[in-house]
Design a protein. Sequence first.
Length: 454
Amino acid sequence: MNIIKTNIFFLVLIISGCFSSPVLAEKQQQLIPAGSLMSKSIHFQFAVYYLPAAKKDPVKVLKQLLRLKGLNFKLVDKIPKSPKKMFMQVRLEKNVLKNYSAPGLDTLKYSGRGLSKKQARVLQKSKQALIVNFAYPSKDVWNGLHAATELMEILARKTNGLLWDEVTREMFSLDAWKDRRLANWTSGVPDISKHITIHAYKSGEFIRAITLGMEKFGLPDVVVDNFVWSSNSSVGNVMNLFSQAMAEGAVVTKAGVFDLNIKSIKHPGVREPQLKSLLENAKAVAHLSLRQGIWEEGDPGNRLIQLKFDRYKGRDVHAKLDAMVSSLFGSEDSIKYIKHNAALEIESEKAKSKLPALRKDFNAGLQPGELIQVKAPFPIPGGGSEWMWVEVSKWKGNAIEDLLKNEPFNIPTLHAGQIVKVNQQDVFDYIRRYPNGKEIGNKTAEIISKMRSQ
């Protein structure tokens, strides 16, 4: 199945997933109640790391900026739990290595935004960081966030530091912060995907994804689980759209139920690219179920909403997810009738010879975002085979367990997203996709393309 996917900001990172409520068994997940999803007050933390120490007193510079900019933040020693005004608390940490250590070089490969290699290295020896906590009532959600984001950018420029977003766990160069967090945001609700990130990681046999950063808007973070890497773009897209709808004031009208309509998104920079990317048969609406998210270690210290797709037909969660994506964005499939020739068989044998090494790599553990798909035959009632791609989820000996990626044309008992089993000896070709998008394999496709053009 060829699902059109639009651009999203989807960070692939190994994490384990914080939520203040007890861990719930999946069957006991509570429905998200009807009403607004925004908290009455908002708390978050930004920081400026210095390389290795500030050349000017950052606290003094900050106080000057507050006076010059005429901002409504009140500088206090302790922020109240339920602020009625805009508050700010500041602390200059002088022992960063011990009390507020910067992310390591390996982590910065994923969470560093616009940093040079030199900046990343020097950051490891940082001695000082200015830690700034912000808090205000929900009525100030957007002017408060914009003011805080702009203030931190000016402060970091004047004191020559790098910017840290504690809730998204990202480190920014000055230009990256300005381009991502401030550019094109002059009023109203910004593009939420620019202010959050999505962490995706393997949880059991499948993938779990969670947003980080929604607490800056007084909103819960969003979770989706039990999908495969090839679906990460579509899943991330849905998470970003749902997050945008929440930020724009969407409310849950019926407990546990939400209809996400792309046409109802108010931000034109978010809405229009999505609408232009839809296929002809797209409905532009996702019928979602909302449950209280199940906490995993490493999750943000925030409320969680888990998106489920059980309002769609399907024999399992994978088929229901596939049905939701196909309905929301549209889908297209085509079938090719090819008679195998000698050249095709030779290329297929070459692909088969590489399967033992692929199996070894798969069981040793692929990188986050890396996947392997294999093409295999499935018998058609009445004779013949339909060759389809499946994404490997288990590979033990010659037995491969996979998720079917195509919608069958001639096999009514199968459907896209279904878990199927394939014998390694029957595999015709493979695709290995790396996290950077590079692909190897599928050499038979070149021969099939030439055969069809003749």
